[in-house]
Design a protein around this ligand. Structure first.
Ligand code: AMP
Ligand code: MG
Length: 485
């Protein structure tokens, strides 16, 4: 088969010890139909977007054909799911291989919803159109918000039903990631690896994501510290845009620092630290305000897993791990504070800033303000459309903020900073639902395409974005998302 699409695979993961994966082809599907293709992403990976839309291209995106050089496999991993440790693995995903991009980058190309694997447990290995389109929309929105994330290359309908509460049309998402190494991959190696497997995995992660630490004195400790750093940056970014992951189990936390596994995630409309969307998160373990702590908890699991690599004496290893983990909350806070200052146009650092930020957030919580639109209004200087803006508490805060802005060197720089930090729009749940409903019920993909278009530059503050900025109409039913869909 000639390779006109541009596949250029080098499959380093398949060279790891056998323990880490099972060779596995996708299960062919009846009648593939391309629903959405990310042409821009395709081109950046060295893939010809035109060719991907031909029958052969679609057959590949459906898992019906394997491109030359691919080495399909399902990855093994473990993970703490809502606090409980389990053996997991790709139950409905298959890694096609690693595409080497024209810039020399290396990314995983993975199918999601491509059939059963040895790690499927009771599952059918499949996915429905709705949740796959939802992952496409939200992951691409996250990318446009400049937040590290896996990307979505395409969604293909399979022409086969998947059985959930009702029969739903099936689909396969092609996901692109820096890698699919997870905290749970290390937990798996620690629990079930034989001599040297854990170290092999750690060396692999260093080579792939943190080559700079290869020469450091204790490279495994440096690896831990780097992952801590990236996760602190990532979760701070989530908090700053009001993103709620929903299922921060250790198998859903990457070593690369990318957001992964868009299941029951959603963006917060009304600001409330206790916001939970996931129907299965009854205790609020992964509530908005808890995310920074849960990331720290997950990082502690990573540290435990690699403990034997940190020092040959366990006591010393624990001490080193604890010292590194102790930095996490400071790193998170530092990143979050920097981001919050930027959201308020503050380039200088003044001690009182933290109190100023805290007072705004508390006022927002008290008056049930819309998170994104509060910062949007401050950015464009139009304090309209929310009860918050008429309250005495807010007006007092606003005067203080104006005074604080006077300490800045340039008002126009402050304004610019706010515009590049506060998104004019986010993927609002009601807009995402409307796009999915049009696609699923009416076969109308235009609603989704328009939404993807406005979300592709969330800092544009363009006229066409205005209607997408509106919060949902008041409802007495809270928005709910579902897992394992
Ligand atoms: P998640 O909560 O989506 O991260 O998934 C947790 C685990 O369940 C992972 O091992 C998934 O591969 C597996 N899984 C989720 N959905 C399915 C499915 N439909 N069939 C098989 N395995 C699944
Ligand atoms: Mg997962």
């Amino acid at each position: 088969m000639t390779n006109t699409i541009g596949w250029n695979f080098d499959n380093s993961y398949a060279r790891l010890p056998q323990l880490f994966y099972t060779s596995q082809n996708p299960t062919p599907v009846r009648s593939p139909d391309l629903l959405v293709l990310n042409s821009e992403l395709a081109e950046s990976l060295g893939l010809n977007a035109e060719e991907l839309q031909t029958d052969q291209g679609i057959a590949i995106l459906a898992g019906n054909e394997t491109p030359d050089g691919a080495s399909p496999l399902a990855q093994a991993y473990a993970g703490h799911q809502f606090g409980h440790f389990n053996m997991l693995g790709d139950g409905r995903a298959v890694l096609l291989g690693e595409q080497i991009t024209p810039q020399g980058g290396r990314v995983d190309i993975q199918y999601k919803g491509s059939g059963r694997t040895p790690y499927s447990r009771g599952g059918d290995g499949r996915a429905a159109i709705g949740p796959m389109l939802r992952e496409y929309i939200i992951s691409e929105a996250m990318h446009a918000l400049r937040i590290p994330t896996t990307r979505s290359l395409a969604v293909v309908a399979t022409g086969e039903p998947v059985i959930r509460e009702a029969d739903l049309p099936g689909a396969i998402l092609t996901r692109v990631a820096a890698s699919h190494l997870r905290v749970g991959t290390f937990q798996f190696a620690a629990q079930w690896g034989k001599d040297g497997d854990l170290q092999t995995l750690a060396d692999y992660a260093i080579e792939r994501h943190y080559p700079a630490v290869a020469t450091s004195e204790n490279k495994y400790l440096s690896l831990l510290q780097e992952v801590i750093k990236r996760q602190a940056v990532l979760v701070a970014q989530w908090q700053l845009v009001g993103f709620i992951h929903g299922v921060m189990n250790t198998d859903n936390m990457t070593i690369s620092g990318e957001t992964i596994d868009y299941g029951p995630c959603a963006f917060m409309d009304t600001y409330d630290q206790a916001t939970v969307f996931s129907s299965i998160d009854r205790q609020g373990r992964y509530a908005y305000g808890n995310q920074p702590y849960m990331a720290g908890w997950n990082l502690t699991r990573l540290a435990e897993a690699i403990l034997p690599l940190l020092h040959e004496e366990e006591e010393q290893a624990v001490k080193l791990a604890e010292e590194s983990l102790a930095n996490y909350s400071d790193l998170f806070k530092e990143n979050w504070l920097k981001g919050m200052r930027a959201k308020l146009g503050l380039l200088k650092e003044v001690t009182e800033d933290e109190a100023l930020i805290g007072e705004l957030l508390e006022t927002m919580q008290e008056h049930k303000a819309d998170y994104t639109n509060t910062f949007r209004a401050l950015t464009i200087g139009e304090l309209e459309g929310q009860e918050l803006f008429q309250t005495e508490r807010f007006l007092k805060w606003h005067t203080q903020w104006q005074k604080r802005l006077e300490l800045e060197d340039s008002q126009s720089n402050s304004q610019k900073l706010m515009k590049t930090t506060n998104p004019a729009i986010i993927p609002r749940n009601h807009q995402v639902e409307a796009a999915l409903e049009a696609a699923e019920k009416r076969g109308d993909y235009e609603v989704m395409k328009r939404l993807l278009h406005v979300l592709s530059d969330p800092y544009a503050y363009s006229a066409e974005q205005t209607e997408y900025a509106a919060p949902p109409a008041p409802s007495n039913r809270p928005y709910r998302t579902f897992c394992g869909t």
